[in-house]
Design a protein around this ligand. Structure first.
Ligand code: 3PG
Length: 379
């Protein structure tokens, strides 16, 4: 049975040493954090633990692979966002934490993926991490789909709790999954059809309609025999679904230039020439999608409608983002979607914005997430 960190009384946490799994894998450009939504979402748990007098070693990763990437360039900025003095602990000083705790109650171990044992869910590594700690807390929803040592194996060696963010994420995503299908719309965009196909399949009987935009629509066009030119496409994933619940774009914005400098041309859905790229949905599609969205009671949206980081191709995403605001239960997620709604100043306009990319999709696909399972979420 999952236990949340509000269960122990504050006095029980006082003076305790806690290993806290966080997800600070945020976009960084020229040494600056460009999106801090995910960090702020975990602040409540950090504040709760520090406020109760606990000493906390945070553990987080950077990047998708095992790498030497370090939190060092952003450690000060991280501390400012969290409103805490933060000390970075290199892996070589992991056994010095007791000494370091004397100077600061909040420490951050450097990128856990510097050690390849992390991604192998190595039990020996988990034991090393757990050494000397009283409790383990996980608030890193975005990494719950990973079978990694600091997410899964560690729970064997310490009494384990979930943080406040895990509670909010699972409650909101579960509500969205279980909301009546009749007035529920799923909107999917972005790339990586392989991560979205299982969600589409799970929602065929859980949603009224599934609106498809972004690069994943290219896979559907290709399956219909339409030439998508030089557009982004995941040719390894086989589309094995057909349903009249799936609504595809009826017009598109195309260009031969991804930078947006040569503008974009409105185009019907038909063969495009080999040097052209589909970079946004067209106006008719955006209007049609927005009408469907406005009538729904629940909308779940993951993935922009086009290359929304470039203004020339951001209009479809903007219109969808505005329509989703009007929906009673709006659940939005995915890194590129969050960047897009943040740019539009709409980050606070939805019922719930998920910090999870892959984790949100796997949850919505109905899969058991290893990190949640290790915490006892599934009973
Ligand atoms: C994310 O960005 O979705 C999380 O940080 C998990 O990252 P991962 O896909 O590299 O495990």
């Amino acid at each position: 049975m999952i236990k949340y960190i509000n269960e122990p009384k504050k006095e029980e946490l006082d003076g305790k040493k806690i290993l806290l799994r966080v997800d600070f894998d945020v976009p960084i450009i020229a040494g600056k954090i460009t999106e801090d939504f995910r960090i702020k979402a975990q602040k409540e748990t950090i504040d709760h633990l520090i406020g109760a007098g606990a000493r906390v070693l945070m553990v987080g990763h950077l990047g998708h692979e095992v790498s030497d990437a370090s939190f060092y360039p952003i450690i000060e900025e991280l501390g400012e966002i969290l409103g805490q003095t933060l000390t970075l602990v290199p892996h070589s000083e992991l056994n010095e934490v007791n000494k370091l705790f004397k100077a600061s109650p909040l420490l951050l171990l450097d990128n856990i993926r510097q050690d390849s044992r992390e991604v192998n869910n190595d039990e020996g590594f988990a034991r090393e991490l757990a050494e000397g700690f009283d409790y383990y807390v996980n608030d890193a929803f975005a990494v719950m789909h990973r079978n990694h040592a600091s997410v899964v194996a560690i729970t064997k060696y310490l009494p384990s709790y979930a943080g406040f963010l895990i509670k909010k994420e699972t409650e909101n995503l579960l509500q969205a999954l279980e909301a009546p299908a009749g007035d529920k719309i799923l909107v999917l965009g972005g790339a990586k059809i392989s991560t979205k196909l299982p969600v589409i399949k799970n929602f065929l009987d859980k949603a009224e309609k599934i609106l498809i935009g972004g690069a994943i629509a290219n896979n559907f066009f290709k399956a219909q025999g339409i030439n998508v030119g030089a557009s982004l496409i995941d040719s390894e994933t086989i589309l094995d679904i057909k349903s009249d619940k799936l609504i595809l774009p009826e017009d598109l914005m195309i260009s031969d230039d991804r930078t947006g400098q040569s503008g974009a041309e409105l185009y019907p859905v038909k063969d495009i020439v080999s040097n052209q790229l589909i970079l946004d949905i067209g106006q008719e599609t955006a209007k049609h999608f927005a009408e469907i969205i406005r009538e729904a009671k629940t909308v779940i949206w993951n993935g922009p409608m086009g290359l929304s980081e470039i203004d020339t191709f951001a209009e479809g995403t903007r219109l969808i983002a505005k329509a989703v605001v009007s929906v009673g239960r709006s659940i939005v997620g995915g890194g590129d979607t969050i960047a897009a709604i943040d740019k539009l100043g709409l980050l606070d306009s939805y019922k719930f914005v998920s910090t999870g990319g892959g984790a949100m999709l796997e949850f919505l696909a109905g899969n058991k997430l290893p990190g949640l399972e290790a915490l006892g979420y599934y009973g």
